[in-house]
Design a protein around this ligand. Structure first.
Ligand code: T46
Length: 141
Protein backbone atom coordinates (compact mmCIF):
# COMPACT_ATOMS: atom_id res chain seq x y z
CA UNK A 1 0.00 0.00 0.00
CA UNK A 2 1.07 3.57 -0.62
CA UNK A 3 1.60 4.20 3.09
CA UNK A 4 4.11 2.95 5.63
CA UNK A 5 5.61 3.53 9.06
CA UNK A 6 8.91 5.41 8.89
CA UNK A 7 11.46 5.13 11.71
CA UNK A 8 12.79 8.59 12.55
CA UNK A 9 16.34 8.78 13.84
CA UNK A 10 16.60 10.10 17.39
CA UNK A 11 19.57 12.18 18.53
CA UNK A 12 19.85 11.31 22.20
CA UNK A 13 22.23 12.78 24.74
CA UNK A 14 22.17 13.52 28.44
CA UNK A 15 19.75 16.40 27.83
CA UNK A 16 17.02 14.40 26.14
CA UNK A 17 15.98 13.53 22.59
CA UNK A 18 15.84 15.48 19.33
CA UNK A 19 14.54 14.28 15.96
CA UNK A 20 15.60 16.28 12.88
CA UNK A 21 13.45 16.12 9.74
CA UNK A 22 15.21 17.56 6.74
CA UNK A 23 14.79 17.01 3.00
CA UNK A 24 16.34 14.97 1.43
CA UNK A 25 18.06 13.35 4.45
CA UNK A 26 15.09 12.08 6.43
CA UNK A 27 12.18 13.32 4.28
CA UNK A 28 11.40 11.83 0.88
CA UNK A 29 9.68 15.02 -0.31
CA UNK A 30 10.43 18.74 0.03
CA UNK A 31 8.25 20.23 2.73
CA UNK A 32 5.86 23.08 1.87
CA UNK A 33 3.54 23.09 4.88
CA UNK A 34 3.16 21.86 8.43
CA UNK A 35 0.08 21.81 10.63
CA UNK A 36 -0.91 20.17 13.88
CA UNK A 37 -4.15 18.88 15.31
CA UNK A 38 -4.91 18.70 19.04
CA UNK A 39 -7.78 19.03 21.54
CA UNK A 40 -9.82 16.44 19.69
CA UNK A 41 -12.74 15.21 21.78
CA UNK A 42 -13.50 11.59 22.49
CA UNK A 43 -15.53 9.92 19.71
CA UNK A 44 -14.53 12.41 17.03
CA UNK A 45 -13.37 11.08 13.65
CA UNK A 46 -11.41 13.52 11.47
CA UNK A 47 -10.16 13.17 7.92
CA UNK A 48 -12.59 11.03 5.92
CA UNK A 49 -10.99 12.04 2.66
CA UNK A 50 -8.17 11.26 0.25
CA UNK A 51 -5.73 13.48 -1.58
CA UNK A 52 -5.00 13.23 -5.27
CA UNK A 53 -1.33 14.30 -5.16
CA UNK A 54 -0.40 15.27 -1.62
CA UNK A 55 2.22 13.29 0.32
CA UNK A 56 2.31 13.60 4.10
CA UNK A 57 4.02 12.28 7.20
CA UNK A 58 1.87 12.05 10.34
CA UNK A 59 3.57 11.99 13.74
CA UNK A 60 1.95 11.77 17.17
CA UNK A 61 4.38 14.11 18.95
CA UNK A 62 2.36 13.62 22.13
CA UNK A 63 -0.30 11.14 23.22
CA UNK A 64 -1.87 8.62 20.89
CA UNK A 65 -4.40 8.27 18.10
CA UNK A 66 -5.37 5.82 15.39
CA UNK A 67 -5.35 6.28 11.66
CA UNK A 68 -7.54 4.13 9.42
CA UNK A 69 -5.92 3.96 5.99
CA UNK A 70 -7.98 2.52 3.19
CA UNK A 71 -7.88 1.85 -0.51
CA UNK A 72 -10.52 0.02 -2.56
CA UNK A 73 -8.43 -3.15 -1.99
CA UNK A 74 -7.20 -2.97 1.60
CA UNK A 75 -7.74 -1.41 4.98
CA UNK A 76 -5.64 -1.17 8.11
CA UNK A 77 -5.62 0.71 11.38
CA UNK A 78 -2.32 2.13 12.54
CA UNK A 79 -1.76 3.35 16.09
CA UNK A 80 0.49 6.38 16.43
CA UNK A 81 1.87 6.80 19.95
CA UNK A 82 5.59 7.31 19.47
CA UNK A 83 7.22 10.59 18.31
CA UNK A 84 10.00 8.57 16.65
CA UNK A 85 7.58 6.86 14.22
CA UNK A 86 6.05 8.66 11.26
CA UNK A 87 3.20 7.41 9.09
CA UNK A 88 3.92 8.22 5.46
CA UNK A 89 0.68 8.58 3.50
CA UNK A 90 1.00 8.93 -0.27
CA UNK A 91 -1.52 9.98 -2.89
CA UNK A 92 -4.94 8.33 -3.23
CA UNK A 93 -5.20 6.86 0.27
CA UNK A 94 -8.44 7.35 2.19
CA UNK A 95 -7.63 8.34 5.79
CA UNK A 96 -9.59 8.73 9.02
CA UNK A 97 -8.07 9.80 12.34
CA UNK A 98 -9.80 8.62 15.50
CA UNK A 99 -9.40 7.70 19.16
CA UNK A 100 -7.31 10.75 20.05
CA UNK A 101 -6.11 10.68 23.64
CA UNK A 102 -6.68 13.88 25.64
CA UNK A 103 -2.99 14.80 25.30
CA UNK A 104 -2.66 13.87 21.59
CA UNK A 105 -0.91 16.30 19.28
CA UNK A 106 -0.77 15.13 15.66
CA UNK A 107 1.95 16.88 13.66
CA UNK A 108 1.61 16.66 9.88
CA UNK A 109 4.36 17.42 7.36
CA UNK A 110 2.94 18.04 3.90
CA UNK A 111 4.49 18.14 0.44
CA UNK A 112 2.26 20.93 -0.90
CA UNK A 113 0.43 24.05 0.11
CA UNK A 114 -3.20 23.77 1.19
CA UNK A 115 -5.37 23.20 -1.87
CA UNK A 116 -9.01 22.16 -1.48
CA UNK A 117 -9.12 20.92 -5.10
CA UNK A 118 -6.64 18.15 -4.14
CA UNK A 119 -9.17 16.67 -1.66
CA UNK A 120 -11.64 13.90 -2.50
CA UNK A 121 -14.22 14.00 0.29
CA UNK A 122 -16.86 11.69 -1.22
CA UNK A 123 -16.05 7.98 -0.83
CA UNK A 124 -17.82 6.87 -4.04
CA UNK A 125 -15.90 9.49 -6.01
CA UNK A 126 -12.71 8.32 -4.27
CA UNK A 127 -13.33 4.68 -5.25
CA UNK A 128 -13.81 5.62 -8.92
CA UNK A 129 -10.64 7.71 -9.03
CA UNK A 130 -8.63 5.22 -6.95
CA UNK A 131 -9.51 2.31 -9.24
CA UNK A 132 -7.96 4.07 -12.23
CA UNK A 133 -5.05 5.46 -10.18
CA UNK A 134 -4.00 2.03 -8.85
CA UNK A 135 -4.52 0.46 -12.28
CA UNK A 136 -1.73 2.71 -13.58
CA UNK A 137 0.35 2.55 -10.34
CA UNK A 138 0.15 -1.19 -9.67
CA UNK A 139 3.33 -1.18 -7.55
CA UNK A 140 1.60 1.03 -4.93
CA UNK A 141 -1.48 -1.17 -4.54
C1 T46 B 1 -5.21 15.33 6.22
C2 T46 B 1 -5.44 15.06 7.66
C3 T46 B 1 -4.38 14.17 8.26
C4 T46 B 1 -6.40 25.11 6.32
O1 T46 B 1 -6.86 26.26 6.19
N1 T46 B 1 -5.10 24.85 6.00
C5 T46 B 1 -4.55 23.62 6.14
O2 T46 B 1 -3.36 23.43 5.84
C6 T46 B 1 -5.38 22.55 6.58
C7 T46 B 1 -4.82 21.14 6.73
C8 T46 B 1 -6.69 22.82 6.88
N2 T46 B 1 -7.19 24.08 6.74
C9 T46 B 1 -8.59 24.36 7.13
C10 T46 B 1 -9.63 23.68 6.28
C11 T46 B 1 -10.78 23.46 7.24
O3 T46 B 1 -11.56 24.63 7.31
O4 T46 B 1 -8.79 23.83 8.47
C12 T46 B 1 -10.09 23.28 8.60
C13 T46 B 1 -10.02 21.81 9.05
O5 T46 B 1 -9.46 21.02 7.99
P1 T46 B 1 -9.94 19.53 7.68
O6 T46 B 1 -11.38 19.40 7.95
O7 T46 B 1 -9.49 19.17 6.30
O8 T46 B 1 -9.10 18.71 8.79
P2 T46 B 1 -8.94 17.13 8.96
O9 T46 B 1 -8.38 16.91 10.31
O10 T46 B 1 -10.18 16.43 8.59
O11 T46 B 1 -7.83 16.72 7.86
C14 T46 B 1 -6.50 17.23 7.97
C15 T46 B 1 -5.98 17.69 6.61
O12 T46 B 1 -6.91 18.62 6.02
C16 T46 B 1 -5.80 16.56 5.62
O13 T46 B 1 -5.03 17.01 4.54
O14 T46 B 1 -4.67 14.50 5.50
O15 T46 B 1 -5.62 16.22 8.46
Amino acid sequence: MNSRIVDLEIKTDGRGKLIPLEYPKQLSFPLQRIYYIYDVNNGIVRGRHSHRDLEQILIAVSGSLKVRIKTPFSEEIVTLNDPSKGLYVGPMIWREMLDFSDDAVLLVLASHEYDESDYIRDYEQYKNEADSYFESHKEQK
